[in-house]
Design a protein around this ligand. Structure first.
Ligand code: SAT
Ligand code: MN
Length: 585
């Protein structure tokens, strides 16, 4: 337990509200993990997988109505609506505490409340943040154990009076009509009710490390971003760090663990993080990034030995699989795993399944939770308390049309505009329609804990303080031809774009200047050993003025909702792009 008076008082108060039968403080030991796993196996909450093939691995199925983040039930609860801004759902904190407090009242009767002290970031780092999550779900405890650093190590950091984020979670009745994910940035508090799925309930992840942390970053002068971090080692042995913001389920984990193709010898990619970066200005005027997480919560479907062998190896032991197919030999399978489907199995709903059913065996948003330390290419710097220095930032989304394979912005301000106006087709990571283009600035639309116009301001302000800013690029692996076929092979071949980034950072690659930024000349990309037609390359590097002029409308509409809060620099950039496009043919 702890001598932290405020923590003890808060746990008491929440227990008085939720009325659990029992309260258990999590210490983080292996014996405790075994005990909890046993218990969850005995109730069916977890299923033990084939321990020869998947040692230490278990399977969990969430409720059918609870398989992805529910953005429409996620609220930023600030005193004024303007502080949440037009891209967030807002609820008055008083109303939110009363409304959802009534749901929490007595919700843990007959259940145990687990108290999970946790650290986002590494122990002893000046940049780590502390939290305590109260939950009635063993699945949450075991996931938090992988994704964060929990138990005694966190209590040690908490001491008697360190700040911490108060995180309260209950599965409630798993009723979508009684489900709320509430962030109270001004109170450093998170309440999550009625869900048992990933991002809704592993409160250290999106809720703390992005929504609450983005607000902390605003007030404390740093940035919490939805970014992977990788180290790119070039043939001469030098490692350059790149951060990349992509919406959920757009390949961040794959890029962070990329395996270079044989035709590009000498390169190596080292993983620092696959989802979240906390970024600060170093004494050297550069940006330095840490990964606050300790594990990966990766999308299973589409992950294969071919697309991401490192992820397959990372998740082959001590991992939790959620909503995948269970095979007759008691292992896991999902669509796009690169091996034939079993003749039969138990699908993510828990129902008998055969490939002939025509239905997916795994949910499209099925996940694996795996310890980062097991990643074969984890960077030796992934736990450096100061983080790693960032030389380039990538923004990217899924765009069938418009955005070329890669382009470089003119400078930080223009790069911030490129990030602010990025858009992507929606994926299965959140409930709702899939494949609809929506604006997703810096891939932070679902995760910004305050008014997004002020978030843009923050980006611009940070840039002004950098004497050595990273270059900012936009990438698009998902451009399609007229027949809807992807033009770019993706995966390991994405290294060719990273190689161009690296050489741009060292002034060693050509580009042509276009209205949207610097686009590679075909010759400046290393296409050695890649089987791709000239026409496909032309299409991939094409910038069509008319399409971009059309795009300006959507960008303007998006900006309009912010009114006077939108930084003038954004309109300046928008106008400058318009002018450049007008002059271009
Ligand atoms: O469910 S999570 O929010 O953790 C994953 C994602 O959507 O990126
Ligand atoms: Mn994510």
């Amino acid at each position: 337990m702890t001598r932290h008076k405020e923590a003890l008082k808060w746990v008491d108060e929440m227990a008085a509200m939720c009325k659990p039968d029992e309260i258990v403080w999590i210490e983080g030991s292996d014996a405790e993990k075994d005990r909890l796993t046993e218990q969850a196996l005995s109730t069916g909450e977890l299923h033990l997988l084939n321990q020869e093939k998947y040692p230490g691995c278990v399977l969990h199925r969430t409720a059918e109505n609870d398989v992805a983040r529910t953005e429409h039930l996620t609220f930023i609860c600030t005193r004024t609506e303007a502080d949440a801004g037009p891209t967030n759902n807002w609820m008055d904190p008083k109303e939110a505490y009363a409304k959802v407090g009534a749901m929490f009242d007595g919700c843990m009767r007959g259940r145990t409340m687990y108290v999970i002290p946790f650290i986002m970031g590494v122990p002893g780092s000046p940049f780590r943040k502390l939290g305590i999550e109260l939950t009635d779900s063993i699945y949450v405890v075991l996931n938090m154990r992988i994704m964060t650093r929990i138990g005694q190590v966190a209590l040690d950091e908490l001491g008697e009076n360190e700040d911490f984020t108060k995180c309260l979670h209950s599965k409630g009745e798993l009723d979508i009509e009684r489900r709320f994910i509430l962030q109270f940035p001004e109170d450093n508090t998170i309440w999550s009710y009625g869900s048992g799925y990933g991002g809704n309930v592993l409160l250290g992840k999106k809720c703390l490390s992005l929504r609450i942390a983005s607000y902390m970053g605003l007030t404390e002068g740093w940035m919490a971003e939805h970014m992977l971090i990788l180290g790119l080692e070039s043939p001469d042995g030098e490692v350059t760090y790149i951060a990349g913001a992509f919406p959920s389920a757009c390949g961040k984990t794959n890029l962070a663990m990329l395996i270079p193709p044989d035709s590009l010898p000498g390169y190596k990619v080292w993983t620092v993080g696959d989802d979240i970066a906390w970024i600060r200005i170093g004494d050297d005027g550069r940006l330095w990034a840490v990964n606050p997480e300790a594990g990966f919560f990766g999308v299973a479907p589409g992950t294969s030995a071919k697309s991401n062998h490192n992820a397959m190896l990372t998740a082959s032991s001590n991992s939790i699989f959620t909503n995948v197919l269970l095979t007759p030999d008691n292992t896991v399978w999902w669509e796009g795993m690169g091996i034939d489907a079993p003749d039969q199995g138990v699908d993510w709903r828990g129902k008998p399944w055969t490939p002939k059913d025509g239905e997916n065996g795994a949910n499209a948003n099925a996940r694996f939770t795996a310890p980062a330390s097991q990643c074969p290419v984890i960077s030796s710097h992934w736990e450096d308390p100061q983080g790693v220095p960032i030389s380039a930032i990538l923004f990217g989304g899924r765009r069938a049309k418009l955005a070329p394979l890669i382009y470089e912005s003119f400078d930080w301000q223009h790069g911030s505009y490129v990030g602010a106006t990025m858009a992507s087709e929606t994926t299965a990571a959140a409930t709702g329609a899939v494949g609809v283009v929506r604006r997703d600035p810096m891939a932070m639309r679902p995760f910004c804990g305050y008014n997004m116009a002020r978030y843009f301001r923050h980006w611009l302000d940070i840039g002004k303080k950098l004497t050595n800013p990273p270059k900012i690029f936009h990438v698009n692996w998902f451009r399609q031809d007229e027949n809807g076929e992807f033009l770019w092979p993706g995966y390991g071949e994405n290294l060719r774009a990273l190689d161009w980034v690296l050489r741009r950072c060292n002034d060693k690659a050509d580009a042509r200047e276009t209205p949207i930024g610097y686009v590679p000349t075909k010759e400046s990309l290393n296409l050695e050993g890649l089987d791709i037609s000239d026409e496909a390359m032309d299409k991939l590097l094409e910038v069509r003025g008319d399409d971009w002029i059309e795009e300006l409308d959507g960008m303007q509409k998006f900006f309009d909702q912010f009114g006077y809060e939108l930084p003038a620099e954004m309109l300046e950039e928008q106008q400058a792009l318009k002018t450049r496009l007008g002059r271009w043919d």
